[in-house]
Write a protein that binds this ligand. Sequence first.
Ligand code: ADP
Ligand code: MG
Length: 578
Amino acid sequence: MRRSHDGRTDVQAMREELMRSFYRKNRGAFWLTAVCLTLLAGFNLLISWMLQRITDLSMGRDAQPVIAMALGSLAALLAFGAIGMVRRASGSRFLYRAMSQYRDMAFDAISRKGMASFDSENTATYLSALTNDAASVETGLALSAFNLIIQTVTLVGALAMMIAYSPMLTAAGLLLTALPVTVSLLCGGRMARAEQAVSDENERFVATVKDILSGFAVVKSFKAEREIAALFGERNRRLERAKYERKMTQDLIRLISEAASIVAQLGVFLLGAYMAVMGRGITPGVVVVFVQLMGLAVEPVRTLPELLAQRRAAQALLDKLARAACGSRQAQGREVESVLRQGIRLEHVSFGYGPEKRALDDVTILFERGKSYAVVGGSGSGKSTLLALLMGGYDGYEGRIAFDENELREISRDSLYDLVSIIQQNVFVFSSTLRENITMFKDFPQEDVDRAIERAGLLPLIREKGEGYLCGENGRGLSGGERQRVAIARSLLRETPVLLVDEATSALDAQTAYEVTSAILGIENLTRIVVTHRLEESLMKRYDEIIVLRGGRIAERGTYDALMAQKGTFYSLSMLEG
Ligand code: ADP
Ligand code: MG
């Protein structure tokens, strides 16, 4: 595990950061609520005291003090109402700010992860963390903080008053509650485990639903609804089962503590009545207030174990998120200028996704500044992997990759993405306007946007639909070819010195593909690395070098004419294509 300067692990630091997100610029609301809660708890005690006074006064003959007490009660009631209103406002404000800050923080932690982690890890963990887990954290940490305040104040205050009235009765009450309380405290661990199980099952459930919904067309066309329904049902039942177990544990803790409170209250009442009858300095008013105070003191004793268990459970969820957010977090790296002076140099680069097989094997290439490179090869030969490494997607390669003199691993991701952009085979189009999809929600001068649109061959579409056209969920309002052109325009607009292209024209018709590739090859001062399976002579001749990959190794390299003359792999590939 990585440790930061002060010796704490990253996970601990992240957990604390998550906890702090509740209180950022939110302390005012928290403390105001805390003060109100303390006063409100105090009122409960005050009312008990008044009850005792009134009971004992009612045994006397004088009506005057009773009227005074009645007026006093009225004043107390008004104050109670006013403080209650303040508490309501500040408490709700605290909660809504705390929870939205917490979610922002959680999202921020997740988005700090490296690019690679989003295809190698299950995004369901993050979905679950932002939805179901966040709800548990709300009850377990934010709400329970307030509850803890009320309960502690009530417990301490009630105990103090009880001792003042009669130490003997207090001792009896404490003895009566001690045993069941210990039992319910012991259940705390069980509660945390039950909460964890719900979180895990929810994660699996979310993953399944996400999968099923995104693959629904496939499910339909293969008439696999019944099988999928069974899969769904299985996950659904497991989730509900976990929730059931959690509820059972919760109810057990509640049952034990409720039994405790009844036993304690009844015991104290009987003992108090006995002492009053025997004339041991206890008035009927004291017995009444004692029962009342026991009720107040038992409530915290009853709920504290449950609250503490919820807190432990919520902390376990924070840890889970912190661990997920810290694993494969991208390294910091340093800032570099967003210019390429000489080129990109790969020296003996090898890389495998798993331990078994290498996707790239001892690759050494120099991509010179401003030149165009075609990367060709059969499916699975490592072309996309090569581009993924250049985008800083994976740190675990052997050998050296250097942009000018800077080793790729040491370049900060921010700087790297100013140097390199990629047009990918699988395009993601956001459910937003055409323009926002091209600019990626950033501001660009109109002429730059227009140039990118033109180069990407998007002009006819823009003329027809307008820049404000809504693309629909994952761009379903666009054809495959249109989506690809949006992706091309998106990358061209950024005008990075290096452009990587991964079979970006595969969904375009031959004519458009030719025009778009031609446009990409025509841009000045751009270092291009283009993975392609279109091997037309007219385009191929415009590349400075063609690199042929086979099984992760460089099989051949050279200009079009040289490779054709060689009559090797490239020659046979181009015969197949042609
Ligand atoms: P190409 O783009 O040339 O078709 P890739 O670079 O995508 O090939 O894949 C090279 C090899 O690495 C293939 O054997 C493929 O199965 C494997 N591979 C690619 N991506 C992953 C991944 N994310 N996880 C595991 N293996 C992968
Ligand atoms: Mg590929």
